[in-house]
Design a protein around this ligand. Structure first.
Ligand SMILES: Cc1ncc(COP(=O)(O)O)c(C=O)c1O
Length: 387
């Protein structure tokens, strides 16, 4: 694991703490999820559900996951054979990749990518082949994607809605990915943890709903994002029974089980009404608008995200040539912390001046961040300042 040292999030969070800067680097919400879910967890703890849950997850959660997939996407999933509850989406990703990949296999993914993808592919002894999504629209480049496939391709690791770009993959893009996967007899593993965080009427299309994909795809999600419970680490996957069985075998030796009393609570959350789901998206959309306006006013070029709770902004108009240096200076320049997008990339040049900011924060925090960010525009106005 050489090369996978301390993550940039640890460095930037420490920087925020030591300087009193507002931390828009790391993507965790600063408010709690639905009251019904929190109460259900308290009840589970006080009623003694504190020991190892079943290896595949508690039955009511597996049922709630299957019912959620039916309710929102019309998918038919067998809760007993096709669902596995995991320690967050992170463990689901690891269990699937370790289950499906042999040493020397290739995994196709898009970059920038969520940081655990590269590490997990490396742990499996596989190699990543990436296709770059380029600022500002992050569209899939067909030629580059085709070039990433080979006769060693074992699976495609997809993430929609996509962290860090905020992109929601279009149906045409997903169809292209699926047709290449079929051509190369590859699996598609789809990380959909931001499935409910979409804005302006954008539609999240689960990979398993595309023609003939239910049999060659594994879908991953998590309670962390939808229900603002990142610390509970309740995730899941579903797919064809044999693939789920293989992932379950790996999972036995990763954590075995996790999050006992939180599992029934997430089952309650998944069954909440449409209002709760719409509320999550509309609240975040307003926060997105607030932060995007602040970043633009500060002089950065913003790629307005259609989903997730991240926005990427280009600091080049401020005279920045290296976003990593800029992020290290941001606490003293304006008292806000972001993360350089290059840390999510193999091709550092594609994102040299881009910074990712999280907007899943209380409105007062975002209001204050916007005021502080305006100092960047003032710096820019002074010709002698170099950033
Ligand atoms: C794209 C993506 N996948 C997976 C995860 C991890 O999810 P969990 O906390 O449920 O392990 C994250 C968390 O930030 C993420 O952004």
């Amino acid at each position: 694991m050489r090369g996978f040292g301390t993550t940039i999030f640890a460095e930037m969070s420490e920087l925020a703490l030591s300087t009193g800067a507002i931390n828009l680097g790391q993507g965790f919400p600063d408010t709690d999820g639905p009251r019904e879910m929190l109460d259900a967890a308290l009840l589970a703890i006080s009623s003694g559900r504190n020991q190892y849950p079943p290896g595949a997850g508690v039955p009511e959660l597996r049922l709630a996951i299957a019912e959620h997939q039916r309710r929102f996407y019309g998918l038919s999933v067998d809760p007993d054979r096709q669902v596995l509850v995991t320690a967050g989406a992170t463990e689901a990703i690891a269990a699937v990749i370790l289950a499906l990949c042999e040493v020397g296999d290739q995994v196709v993914t898009f970059e920038p990518y969520y940081d655990c993808y590269a590490a997990t592919i490396a742990l499996a002894g596989a190699t990543r082949r990436t296709s770059v999504l380029r600022f500002p629209d992050f569209a899939v480049d067909e030629t580059s994607l085709r070039g990433a496939f080979s006769d060693r391709t074992r699976l495609v690791l997809l993430n929609t809605p996509h962290n860090p770009t905020g992109k929601v993959f279009s149906r045409a893009e997903l169809e292209l990915i699926c047709s290449l996967a079929r051509e190369h007899d590859a699996w598609v593993v789809s990380d959909e943890v931001y499935e409910h965080l979409v804005f302006d009427g954008a539609v999240h299309i689960p990979i398993a709903t595309l023609p003939d994909m239910a049999d060659r795809s594994i879908t991953i999600s998590s309670a962390g994002k939808t229900f603002s419970a990142t610390g509970w680490k309740v995730g899941w996957l579903h797919g064809p029974a044999e693939a789920v069985a293989a992932a379950r075998t790996v999972k036995q030796f990763l954590t075995y089980v996790a999050s006992g009393p939180f599992q029934p609570a997430v089952a309650v959350a998944l069954g909440l009404g449409d209002d709760m789901y719409h509320g999550v998206a509309s609240t975040l959309q307003a926060k997105r608008d607030l932060l995007c306006a602040g970043l633009s006013a500060a002089g950065l070029e913003v790629a307005r995200p259609a989903g997730t709770y991240f926005v990427i902004a280009d600091a080049a108009p401020l005279g920045v040539s290296d976003a990593l240096d800029f992020c290290r200076q941001m606490p003293s320049l304006c008292g806000v912390v972001g993360v350089p997008v290059s840390v999510f990339c193999d091709d550092k040049d594609a994102t040299r001046t881009l910074v990712r900011f999280a907007f899943c924060k209380a409105d007062e925090v975002l209001d204050e961040a916007v005021i502080r960010l305006s100092a960047l525009a003032a710096h820019q106005a002074r010709p002698t300042t170099t950033l």
